[in-house]
Design a protein around this ligand. Structure first.
Ligand SMILES: [Zn+2]
Length: 271
């Protein structure tokens, strides 16, 4: 449903972009990463899911989808081949310049659909600088992270099944891109002890006698042989459909709220 011939900015001619910008639409910018997600999932997973979610938002709302930025910042996965990663500075600059040139093209309302944890810092930095320098308010949704927040009640013990290459992303991939999941390569995840440390994740270690973990920064491959954390056997496409309903549902609600609150004040700063 759209007042535009297509929601895809990349399919428009420059004259069509001019006309579209005059409508002051919200523009979604998908941002992904090329990094490992275990032996059973493709390295471009974050990117294809970011773009897919952006298109589902565009199915529901009158928004445009910019061509995706498929490369992200994934330094922690450098121990696994296929890690095609930009530096934090390069990604921050790329996101800032995409925002700035969208503004040059006449757009004032931009939401980043970012699907990688390593991208959050660079995206945040670009967004606050865009607020200061260009006067635009940048929205941000992170589908994988939303899944962690919205899916806890679906599992008996979310803490056992949640993880990189595990839940809920594994189920989501079975529902969205089943032909890209190699189920015969599924490997049990888990963290391995390292030099006396008991890792809880690649940045968290159990501290004896303490109820919370402490933070250190390993390369992911130091503490995970397969690249997977969390139990991979909980995955099924029915859970993936719940992920779609809840995560896309939140993203649509967020962009609807962003649209309502920026429609008349998109260039105004809070006073
Ligand atoms: Zn990822």
């Amino acid at each position: 449903m759209t007042k535009f011939r297509t929601p895809e900015l990349g399919k428009m001619s420059w004259t069509e972009v001019t006309e579209a910008a005059e409508e002051n639409p919200v523009v979604l910018v998908p941002i992904g990463a090329i990094e490992q997600h275990g032996p059973h999932l493709p390295i471009h997973e974050d990117s294809i899911v970011a773009d897919w979610v952006a298109h589902r938002i565009a199915d529901e709302l009158d928004v445009l989808v910019a061509p995706p930025l498929n490369y992200g910042h994934s330094p922690t996965f450098r121990g696994y081949p296929g890690n095609l990663s930009l530096s934090a500075e390069t990604l921050r600059t790329a996101i800032y310049e995409i925002i700035a040139t969208l503004v040059d093209s006449g757009f004032r309302r931009i939401v980043l659909v970012n699907n990688n944890g390593g991208n959050v810092g660079p995206a945040s930095s670009a967004a606050v600088d865009a607020r200061r320098d260009l006067g635009v308010l940048i929205g941000h949704v992170y589908p994988w992270s939303l899944g962690y927040s919205l899916m806890r009640d679906v599992y008996d013990d979310a803490s056992k099944v949640y993880g990189h290459g595990a839940e809920p992303e594994h189920s989501a991939m079975l529902a969205i891109f089943p032909d890209q999941v190699q189920s015969d390569r599924v490997t049990t995840g888990g963290m391995r002890e390292l030099n006396g440390w008991q890792p809880a994740s690649y940045t968290e270690a159990h501290i004896p006698g303490q109820p919370i973990t402490g933070t250190v920064f390993w390369d992911f491959s130091e503490v995970s042989a397969s690249g997977v954390t969390g139990d991979v056997h909980a995955a099924n496409p029915e859970i993936g459909k719940v992920w779609i309903d809840r995560v896309v549902g939140f993203c649509v609600a967020f962009v609807r709220e962003y649209d309502k609150n920026t429609r008349d004040t998109s260039s105004a700063r809070a006073s």
